[in-house]
Ligand binder design. Sequence first.
Ligand SMILES: [Mg+2]
Length: 232
Amino acid sequence: MAAHMDEKNDPDHLDSQLAGIVVAQDRPLLITDADEVLFAFFQEFERYLNANGTYFNWASFRLNGNIIDQDTDEAVENHIVRELLGSFFVQHTRSIPMIAGAALSLQRLSRHMEIVVLTNIPHAQRADRAHALAAHGVGFPVITNEGSKAEAVSELAGRTTAPVFFIDDSPGHHTDVAGAADHVMRIHFIGDPRLSDLLGPAEDSHHRAFDWDEISTFIETHLERAGHEIRP
Ligand SMILES: [Mg+2]
């Protein structure tokens, strides 16, 4: 018996996950983040923090340094932030609500394009994330990723000659994707208005959006200009 699993046969490995995704060569593609783009992550995570002896202080667009101990009013250490995040994903990924308009917009956009959800949560929660999406009528393929999204985006984007769009709330992902696949149209969207107010447009995005209606219109307008028929 093999002592370890070959990396390429590991179902969690990015190559294995990408191999399971089908993108037609002439079909537009939307690669979208999940937390804070499709799912109301901050709303739920804040509730979780408050129930676990901490609170978020809304000082800036980051978790490290902004999660405060209710007893000491001191920021908790980064390893505690990681533990809180990990236990939150285990307990709430299946039940987390969606951001207003996200499900309807994805259903509408899926008539014109392929949709792939590219999310940086632990692989162990991929099935829960897929379940939550399917429960809202948007059971599109889910890739769980770690760190930079550049490799996954450039690999998927390379499969089609049609326009490709990327949506994420984190500016760093826009920078990484810009470096690897600059032709991908990058939309910066932060679903929670309180969080959105803390941050300007991502430097390496093409467009900052403020709701899903705007995202749909932006994508459909771009597709029409590229010669794709958009049925009303
Ligand atoms: Mg996110």
